[in-house]
Design a protein around this ligand. Structure first.
Ligand SMILES: *Cc1c(COP(=O)(O)O)cnc(C)c1O
Ligand SMILES: [Zn+2]
Length: 417
């Protein structure tokens, strides 16, 4: 039984008011004495816990470290991550027919995805532990972020990528920031199996979202959305729609809300409904939610144009499923064509995203059509990565250039319909 209650006295193993707790059996562990990714008793996922959960008035400054009172450290290896814009999107708001729609654009982070939020905290923890190599499996963005933060921290980075399935911009980032890149003959889930074994053998410190401290950084997405929404509209959103791969963000947002409940800032009934979107070809979470199950069955074969969410074994499902259920959310699968259409709609409102990000908007439109999201709702869609991450997908979704001679009349002829 998943134990997700927060609060209570710090166990003896706590370090400075921080400890790790198993979400399955409740066992507690010292956070920085040794390297642990899973519960030593039962193998369950671990979660960071604190003696105190801060109120909004404790936050000051900008970006992820504005929320230091809710994080295990006061500062970290930073390249100014977070503080991303919450955009109005009038075109999509009208198309979707909801009372209010905003887009939280995580593509505006330093390396172009929300993964930076996790890495600024995760790499700080790695420094605390004194590790000499950082590693991850990645559909691309995790490797780009880890490569940059590892470079900044002067620590070698190893990344395992599924060969031929990572968008060009992401591989280029990992390469230029100096990561050792291994292309694996397998999918993302195979890469994660391998890198987890390397981590267990003590060969590297694992910075996939299995690492509970990465999710601490990512929970600041939720804090920003709540603060920005209140500033823009006076209200918190009723619902947050987000793409789901390993379900790290779904888990992190749910933890954000539970901490605000523990701090007395939020009623449980005010938690925005967490609404996960997957591509039809990689939808094990949707399958689980549709069955009302509390476990996800791994899909061995996955395929989608949205390569960032081409994942068949969402490792954070045990944390994320309770989040979807407890907040009154849901999960939905969308086709690759619906994803591309949504990518174009976002572009028409001036917001350039990669395919996986557009899944959130595609999911919103699908759930509006089914009547599962009401017209009176205030919704935030999370767009997770920047358009330039996947230039091939963007070029394929956009208009084609025409060839013209080098004179003004030739150009006018060419652009006349
Ligand atoms: C990593 C990633 C996702 C998936 O996020 P999870 O937290 O693993 O569910 C979605 N979109 C983009 C662009 C990503 O890089
Ligand atoms: Zn356990």
């Amino acid at each position: 039984m998943t134990d997700l209650r927060l609060g209570g006295d710090a166990p003896a193993c706590a370090d400075d008011g921080t400890w790790l707790a198993c979400v399955e059996c409740g066992a507690t562990l010292a956070p920085f004495d040794g390297i642990v990714y899973r519960c030593s008793e039962c193998g369950g996922l671990l979660e960071a816990r604190y003696a105190d959960y801060p109120t909004f008035e404790k936050f000051s400054g900008e970006g992820v470290w504005r929320y230091r009172a809710a994080l295990p450290f006061d500062a970290g290896v930073s390249i100014r991550e977070g503080n991303t814009p919450l955009y109005e999107v009038p075109g999509i708001e009208t198309e979707a027919g909801v009372a209010d729609l905003h887009v939280k654009h995580e593509g505006a982070n330093p390396t172009g995805s929300f993964k930076d939020r996790g890495m600024t905290v995760g790499v700080r923890v790695a420094e605390e532990l004194g590790v000499d190599r950082l590693a991850c499996a990645s559909t691309g963005n995790t490797s780009a972020a880890l490569a940059a933060y590892g470079a900044r921290a002067d620590t070698p980075v190893l990344v395992l990528l599924p060969a031929g399935k990572v968008a060009a911009g992401k591989v280029a980032q990992a390469a230029l920031h100096g990561a050792r890149i291994c292309e694996v003959d397998g999918n993302f889930d195979d890469c994660l199996d391998v890198v987890a074994e390397l981590a267990d053998r003590g060969e590297a410190y694992l910075l996939n979202s299995l690492n509970p401290f990465r999710l601490e950084g990512q929970k600041t997405i939720g804090l920003e959305i709540l603060e920005q929404s209140r500033a823009a509209t006076g209200e918190w959103p009723d619902r947050i729609v987000l793409p789901v791969g390993n379900a790290g963000n779904t888990a992190a947002l749910y933890k954000c809300f539970r901490e605000l409940v523990a701090a007395g800032e939020m009623d449980e009934s005010e938690m925005p409904a967490l609404t996960g979107v997957q591509a039809e070809g990689a939808a094990p979470m949707v399958e689980a939610v549709e069955a009302g199950a509390d476990e996800v069955e791994r899909w061995d074969d996955v395929e989608t144009r949205a390569t960032a969410i081409r994942i068949g074994n969402p490792v954070n499902a045990p944390k994320a499923l309770p989040g979807i259920y407890d907040t009154g959310g849901t999960a939905v699968a969308v086709s690759d064509d619906a994803i591309t259409d949504a990518q174009r709609l976002l572009a028409e409102d001036g917001v350039g995203v990669e395919p996986a990000s557009a899944a959130s908007v595609a999911g919103l439109l699908e759930l509006r059509e089914r009547g599962e999201i009401g017209s009176g709702e205030r919704v935030v869609c999370l767009t997770t990565g920047h358009l330039l991450k996947d230039p091939d997908a963007a070029a394929a979704a956009g208009g084609k250039p025409v060839s013209v001679p080098a004179d003004a009349d030739g150009v006018l002829d060419a652009i006349r319909d």
